[in-house]
Design a binder for this molecule. Structure first.
Ligand SMILES: Nc1ncnc2c1ncn2[C@@H]1O[C@H](COP(=O)(O)OP(=O)(O)OP(=O)(O)O)[C@@H](O)[C@H]1O
Ligand SMILES: [Mg+2]
Length: 252
């Protein structure tokens, strides 16, 4: 297993937003997580990626315990997430947004970059080439030099994904990649996700839209009130009476 979440809980004062959640993700797997509003999906992502401290449990990634590791350390191991609300730098271009997302080369000083040392320039050229490749992959090449603030909702979701790809992750958690996206771009995002999956990158997709999720994922986890209600084959999970009850019969 690539990611193991073991009995993790997250508390906000007296409120337990994630309650004793255990789940695992195998290398290259495409897992969906569904659940009603406030079920704890985004909080679980934050706990796994390191933005949110846990109150109980352990998180293992590639076998190492990352429960107390900062975000950048988990990212360096290949663990990345996107946010429900895209976090682009509105006044930077699309390309600059990708360059800003690249991990720092700590052995190269800022001073060297000011002095324009050749090593730094080469590094920047390599990063730009990598960014251009990713932009082509997520179909954002036509808006490469536009300000990110002017992108559509769907393009911002793709930019969010592109920024994460600069980290060369082995597992990406996507928080509602289809929310507020027009149907044409939803198709494009689905294609990009299938393509990433085809390249062996593990994906965990949180989504309200159960039909879109069902056709995309191999396995489905449903959360409700901080807990995992069901975990398994998407068709079986959606037919589970507990899941039906949580959605008040509105699953399909
Ligand atoms: N920083 C916080 N402080 C206090 N409560 C929070 C905080 N973040 C989330 N919560 C609460 O924790 C619960 C779970 O929230 P979370 O955002 O994880 O749900 P979600 O499943 O992602 O919901 P949605 O589908 O609406 O995005 C909610 O009741 C929410 O109000
Ligand atoms: Mg959420």
């Amino acid at each position: 297993m690539m990611l193991q979440v073991q009995q993790v809980s997250v508390d906000f004062d007296a409120f337990r937003a994630v309650n004793d959640v255990s789940l695992s993700v195998a290398a290259g797997e495409l897992l969906g997580i569904a659940g009603t509003n406030g079920a704890g999906k985004s909080t679980l992502f934050a706990a796994v990626a390191g933005q949110q401290a846990t109150s109980a449990g352990r998180i293992l990634f590639h076998g190492s315990d990352v429960t107390r590791q900062p975000v950048f350390a988990r990212a360096r191991l290949g663990l990345a997430r996107t946010f429900q609300t895209p976090r682009e730098f509105a006044r930077l271009t699309v390309l600059e947004n990708l360059l800003a997302a690249a991990p720092n080369r700590r052995h190269e000083s800022l001073l060297a970059s000011w002095l324009g040392r050749p090593g730094w320039q080469r590094h920047e050229q390599e990063l730009t080439a990598q960014a251009d490749e990713i932009l082509a992959f997520v179909r954002l090449t036509p808006v490469r030099d536009q300000l990110a603030g002017g992108l559509s909702g769907g393009q911002k979701k793709l930019l969010e994904l592109a920024r994460v790809l600069m980290l060369k992750p082995s597992l990406i958690m996507l928080d509602e990649p289809f929310a507020g996206v027009n149907p044409v771009l939803i198709g494009a995002i689905v294609e990009v996700l299938r393509d990433l999956h085809g390249r062996g990158i593990a994906l965990v997709v949180v989504e309200h839209h159960l039909q879109a999720l069902k056709s995309l994922v191999q396995r489905l986890v449903v959360m409700d009130q901080g807990r995992v209600l069901a975990d398994g084959d998407p068709h079986q999970v959606l037919a589970d009476p507990k899941v039906q009850a949580a959605y008040m019969g509105g699953v399909v």
